[in-house]
Design a protein around this ligand. Structure first.
Ligand code: AMP
Ligand code: ZN
Length: 465
């Protein structure tokens, strides 16, 4: 698979540095409020990269962090308040309760959108020692200094500063309040790694420099290197994270290790609504649960996103979403019809050609719009038999994640043979002949079924791909 690397500004082949597993880190949700559809579009970027690599037979190890401390309202403001602290005041819950509440909501939302599980979801608050250790390393290597309980990264000690975003030091002009706010800073672009805790601060930890809390960027350096090693393959996030978040992450990670850490940086375009970035502050956010409340399958949003290349901004509209919802249910009905047709022993040349085009499209920097075109050609082909269409679409669904077999599953009825096996299994269980019951269970599983034990006895249904 090839991806556009924001750092080198070229499309590059993803090749695991360890020769085996692609290691990917995605900046995850901040959990003091609900994630909106814009956030979810960006999280889907990591999901799609994982799906395509796995589709190509490439093992992937995926880490997504949970930011439960550290995001400020405005880094440069003297009265910056931690957003978590604001949520605590609003909701009357403790920081930990707020974080768990929104973390759980995030998982529900992402599952509804078919976003696969990451291998680990490390929480920032559970990695303070790793952050302190990294800060100590940066001080030892001359990249950081302490001023009155706060530790700053010294941007002038890192000549590559600005290489990702283009915001090199000669271009960064000081804000009018920059030096007034932080009199200990040696350069206006120096950013904090650790901050001294002010009065009344709830979330704070002991450190060699006194009580404080981590700066915004250090968690991603510390946790990505802890879980993926000091050289890994892919790092994702939304476009707004290029600067300062990822620029500062590069300075921290490369400053501490002395070498390149991330091979490919991938950034997704914004989801917009009414021409403006979807954001809580713009009061134009929509949540995954808003979709279900309107009778829209959340996976229709997934399909809608596939119409726009991930790096482009995308406009959200309810009309387009309703269209995608209808298109999705039509597709599922077609798949259910084809499921009844005989399955091919092998794919015809036409089907193989379509399959190759689909694979090429998704492997080419996630060209989902092209992949959808190939899918439409397969669907409307007058020469491909239904059995082949079924085979193609259900295999492509490993990337699309649209649950294309849903209607087929719902329409499914057991054959007389299956009904007979179920009856005999229940009989064996009543007679406490568990060896025989297990034997029948295995036969049902071999037939592609999922077998469940319920109070009413054995239930079967087709296993999901
Ligand atoms: P946050 O929880 O604010 O840290 O955001 C989580 C992710 O969502 C980050 O990668 C952001 O870049 C991304 N993001 C925020 N707003 C949008 C948007 N309107 N469209 C797409 N991605 C967004
Ligand atoms: Zn991050």
């Amino acid at each position: 698979m090839r991806l556009y690397n924001s750092l080198t500004r070229q499309v590059e082949e993803v090749q695991p540095v360890d020769g085996r597993t692609v290691k990917m880190y995605s900046c995850g949700p901040t959990v003091y409020r609900y994630a909106h559809l814009g956030n979810m579009r960006t999280f889907m970027l990591g999901d799609l990269i994982k799906r395509v690599l796995q589709f190509e037979g490439q093992p992937v190890y995926w880490v997504m962090n949970i930011t439960d401390v550290g995001h400020m309202v405005d880094e440069a403001s003297p009265d910056a308040v931690d957003k978590m602290q604001l949520a605590v005041e609003d909701e009357g819950l403790s920081p930990a309760e707020i974080a768990r509440k929104y973390e759980q909501a995030f998982h529900e939302d992402r599952r509804a959108l078919g976003i696969l599980d990451a291998d680990v979801y490390p929480r920032a608050t559970e990695h303070i020692p790793e952050m302190l250790e990294l800060i100590r390393r940066l001080i030892d290597r001359g990249h950081a200094y302490v001023h009155d309980g706060t530790v700053y990264f010294d941007v002038r000690s890192f000549p590559d500063y600005g290489k990702l975003s283009g915001n090199t030091l000669d271009k960064l002009v000081p804000g009018h309040r920059d030096l007034e706010i932080a009199p200990g800073k040696r350069h206006h672009a120096d950013f904090s790694l650790w901050k001294k805790a002010g009065p009344g601060r709830l979330m704070k930890w002991d450190s060699p420099w006194g009580e404080g809390f981590p700066g915004w960027h250090i968690e991603c350096s510390a946790m990505s290197m802890k879980y993926l090693g000091e050289r890994f393959d892919v790092h994702t996030g939304g476009n707004d994270l290029k600067f300062p978040h990822h620029e500062d992450e590069i300075a921290q990670s490369e400053g501490a290790t002395g070498h390149r850490v991330v091979s490919i940086w991938v950034h997704g375009g914004f989801l917009q609504m009414g021409g403006r970035k979807m954001a809580k502050s713009a009061q134009n956010i929509q949540r995954v649960t808003d979709l279900s409340a309107q009778g829209i399958d959340p996976l229709a949003f997934r399909l809608l996103c596939f119409g726009t290349r991930y790096r482009s901004e995308m406009d959200f509209s309810w009309d387009a979403l309703v269209g995608a919802n209808e298109r999705l249910s039509r597709l599922r009905k077609r798949v259910a019809d084809w499921a009844a047709e005989p399955a091919p022993d092998a794919l015809s040349e036409d089907a193989r050609a379509l399959d190759k085009r689909f694979r090429d499209a998704v492997g080419d920097d996630l060209d989902l719009p092209e992949a959808l075109k190939v899918l439409e050609e397969a669907v409307s082909s007058s020469t491909l038999p239904g059995g082949e269409k079924h085979r193609l679409l259900t295999s492509w669904d490993a990337v699309l994640g649209l649950d294309l077999e849903r209607a087929a599953r719902e329409a499914w009825k057991p054959t007389p043979e299956v009904e007979e096996l179920v009856r005999r299994r229940d009989e064996a269980r009543r007679a406490r002949d568990f060896a025989r019951a297990d034997d029948i269970r295995n036969r049902l599983i071999d037939m592609g079924l999922e077998v469940m034990d319920t109070a009413e006895g054995t239930r079967v249904r087709p296993r999901r791909a």
